[in-house]
Write a new protein. Structure first.
Length: 362
């Protein structure tokens, strides 16, 4: 019963199940059952699914029946489509009453009409987005963030500059959820090494502004740059996970289920915005100018640009409403080439982790 109460309102049950499986494989099913407040049978169920199906096995299964005896036949659906085209303003009830078509009013007949795009879609209601906005208002600053990478090579306006000037191909992005601020950096490759460097770059900057990293959650997808090879042992951490979960940082790493990119909606939205407002409109003469314009856009986005889905306020305005004690410069982290940080990485044994100084670009 405890397990049901924990997960029934969760939007991301996958991540909870993944942690249960990892715990069970490391400490045993009984210990995992006690830790997750459930039964050994439940733990065994998810462990077996994970072993047989991998990450896909931890997603919710569809409960719809494979065979529906009362489902409309193809010829019945064709007749509904023809009648609807003949009478565009008639609804399902009128079609049933006049032509005795098979199907239920407001159910199967209406479904056929919608699936064949024979009904004018209603204006979208953004209630869910508004509900999420209210939830984000209650979050603490940097309590939750989303991280993702963006391949810049598919932006045709940017591609010639990338090839001719040696500009970076990948953008590593973090978007903070409570105020919508964004940090990003660049690299030529998309791998766990650069993802860990980006994570530590942001972490050291946050610590310099007095933000406690042991109280925050960073969410990613299941890309290899974040979790490493899918064939690795489950208890073996990638470089990115090690950077987050070290003794000094202790950041919680949340993962979304496979093919659920909508759960990364905030950072994906930023990727669309930055493509429209920066990469598709700007030109560059050299790499220094590229980084300068990227830095200028980040300052514009975090300090000036208003978001109409957040009460038409900029991230800095929302931050001021949340806390007067946080330095406003906390949103001023220059974008850099992550390759420049490689020579600052020291052996963990001698340094206790990465030592990444904040570079001065201007």
């Amino acid at each position: 019963m405890e397990y049901y109460l924990i997960i029934k309102d969760m939007s991301n049950k996958f991540n909870y199940r993944l942690r249960m499986v990892e715990y069970a494989l490391k400490y045993g099913k009984s210990q995992a059952a006690r830790e997750c407040k459930t039964t050994r049978k439940t733990v065994r169920k998810w462990v077996e699914r994970f072993r047989q199906e991998g990450l896909e096995g931890l997603r919710d299964k569809k409960k719809a029946p494979k065979y529906i005896p009362h489902k409309l036949k193809p010829e019945d659906e064709t007749r509904i489509v023809e009648l609807r085209q003949k009478h565009p303003s008639w609804g399902s009830r009128r079609l049933i009453e006049r032509y005795k078509v098979k199907g239920s009013n407001g159910g199967s007949v209406n479904r056929v009409i919608k699936q064949n795009h024979l009904i004018k879609p209603k204006r979208k209601r953004w209630r869910k987005r508004k509900d999420l906005s209210e939830l984000k208002k209650k979050m603490l600053f940097f309590e939750n963030s989303q991280i993702d990478t963006k391949d810049l090579a598919d932006i045709y306006q940017y591609w010639p500059f990338m090839k001719n000037l040696g500009l970076p191909r990948y953008e590593y992005t973090l978007r903070e959820l409570s105020v919508g601020a964004s940090f990003y950096a660049y690299a030529d490759e998309n791998n766990s090494t650069y993802a860990s460097l980006f994570a530590q770059y942001v972490v050291e900057y946050l610590k310099s502004h007095g933000i406690h990293t042991d109280k925050i959650i960073w969410q990613t997808d299941n890309g290899s740059e974040f979790i490493g090879s899918v064939k690795k042992k489950i208890n073996r951490l990638s470089a990115f996970q090690s950077a987050l979960g070290g003794m000094e940082n202790q950041i919680v790493h949340g993962r979304i289920p496979p093919r659920c990119s909508y759960l990364q909606g905030d950072v994906e939205t930023f990727h669309r915005i930055v493509e429209d407002e920066l990469y598709e409109v700007e030109g560059y003469d050299n790499q220094i100018e590229f980084l300068g314009k990227a830095y200028a856009y980040q300052l514009y986005f975090n300090y000036i640009r208003r978001n109409r889905y957040r009460d038409n306020k900029s991230p800095i305005e929302l931050l001021k409403e949340k806390s007067l004690r946080i330095d406003e410069n906390v949103l001023n982290l220059p974008p850099i080439r992550l390759e420049s940080l490689l020579h600052f990485c020291y052996n963990k044994v001698s340094q206790g982790g990465y030592h990444v100084p904040i570079p001065v670009l201007f």
